[in-house]
Design a protein around this ligand. Sequence first.
Ligand SMILES: [Zn+2]
Length: 267
Amino acid sequence: MNDIPVIDAHIHIDMYPAEEQEALLREAIDQGVEAVVAVSVDLDSSIRTRELALRYPGRVHPAYGFHPEQEPLSDGELEELLHWIRERHEAGEAFAIGEVGLPYYKRTEIEASAGGEFDESPYLAMLESFVQLAAELDRPIVLHAVYEDADKACRLLKKHGVRRAHFHWFKGSADTLKQMAEAGYYISVTPDVAYEEEIAEVVRRYPIEQIMVETDGPWPFEGPYEGRQTVPGMARESALGVARVKGLPVQETIRRLLSQTQSFYRI
Ligand SMILES: [Zn+2]
């Protein structure tokens, strides 16, 4: 079953303990992981991810950005990050923009607390800066935007004419999925497709042509993965889940997911 390689289209390699990262990647390669898309959560994380990408050419494809589920950047910090990303572009380096998006979990937690009000405007402004940059540099963008936040992200993508958008670990309504599919956007699926009916339903509804697989490691999973460290090789389990839910032949599905990820990221 390991003959057809997989790509883990979304993982935070730099969030594993530093001394484990090299072994993690070597083991992944041994397990038939062709490559990973290594996303970043802020400037320091982007710098670390770039170093990994330089050490593992063709295996670690970096994405640079700012994870939305944290305090927003000041204008100066945002400028610094955008400037650093532009420098990578001017140097002719390969990369995507991400992980960026909107703070669904942070926002809904604050809104659910007594008298909680959440000001989303700085996050929308940051996201728009990243979307604009993706359009300007013609780079794929990796989004953390679920449920109603995906509609807001779609509006920004359309406003700036970005087509290569990847909504990772997507969850959302049938209407949102339809809109995203029609716009040509991609989603990726984690191993929780094995035990979360909500995710299986997303896979059922979304066109197979616009699906990729991921692990979001080191995020830990439940169900059959309870107590197991999340590793890039588990993207194969995500692929098996997609094949099962779609009722498609396993080998053909793994091959298709691989080639779609290669074309989307141009890797
Ligand atoms: Zn992530």
